[in-house]
Design a protein around this ligand. Sequence first.
Ligand SMILES: *Cc1c(COP(=O)(O)O)cnc(C)c1O
Length: 402
Amino acid sequence: MDFNKENDTIAQRVSAMNNRVQNIQENDLYYYNQPISELLGGSRVLVNGREMGMYASYSYLGLVGHPRINEAAKAAIDKYGTGTHGVRLLAGSLVIHEELEETIAEFKKAEAAVTYSSGYATNLTVISTLLGRGDYVICDKLNHASIVDGCLMSGAKFLRFKHNDMEALENRLNAIPSGATTLVIADSVFSMDGDIIDFPKMVELCNKYNAWLMIDEAHSVGVLGNKGTGIEEHFGLEGTIDIKMGTLSKTIPSVGGYVAGKRELIEYFKHASRAYIFSAALPPAQAAAAKAAFEVILDEPWRVEKLNKNTHQFISGIKERGFDTLYTETAIVPIICGSDENAYTMTQIAQKRGSFVLPVVSPAVPPGLARLRATITAAHESEDINKAMEDIEIAGKQVGII
Ligand SMILES: *Cc1c(COP(=O)(O)O)cnc(C)c1O
């Protein structure tokens, strides 16, 4: 294959991306795809032979490596082996899958739940199984890529509204032909910005316009609510989401995704969603780890408390140093750098000083809003957080944004 061929669009795409990557690498500003060689306990990792404080992890409650969760995974391997016998509908369903789904349903205060082998696949399959041509789907502009892809795949008419603007959502709902089926979807906590959806207003609008409501809780399980059960608990609005989607790969230190809701709905997914019928079941170790993790969240409430305390320390400290953190209220903290180059340079400085943060640049975020995206967890200690803030401050001063 010749990747410099002029009129071949595949070759053009491949070489455009590779040139961009190579350019960043040549300037020693490339910090993606770095393999972690060891977990050093708490929030420290070994990367390229160097110990660093981890500020890019989604393990919000510090559950990755938790002894009880590791033990559950090991016991499941001894009992079931490392794989399944196929897809869930046929021979792939294990007792541990059913136990996990019951645990999730209880945790999310839903009648039932179903799991899939990735969160990404969950959004694709759930949205495209619910909707078809002639239906409408309305998304917040900053919804996760997996939601966008699910909407496109469904064939429904796809509308978007200005980020977290409930007037804009109402305008969209108003414009839908009467009698058309409508699904409204939003992230609970936005993955690039860390802000929380105006959930009470969204629930009110969905009721008013008779629309279904789906919320992606990837970043709110373990994070929102006193017990860490998510956005309904946070706002005291239990039982208001029709389709409660989440992942098993963030606070829950496993892999996979789930959807919880009314029993009839879950039964429908178990017979109609293609990721359930045509993709292998979760491996037993990962299912057992996920089940144990939901239990640990409820049994160790100090973790949610500590996460809140750490998040508050970090956001207020970063703001005091003169950085813009947009509207975050959660463990995801965007630190606006301006240009992509500033974000790369600040990452380089912070990582050389021992704080593992990562840059988010366009097209993942709008041009000019490139950022470091730091994440805080319950595994950090107050002194660690001070050290990370100091490293970020030095980086910010060096590029001249504070
Ligand atoms: C991470 C994420 C997903 C995908 O989950 P995976 O388990 O990583 O496939 C879906 N939605 C949101 C909002 C996410 O942040």
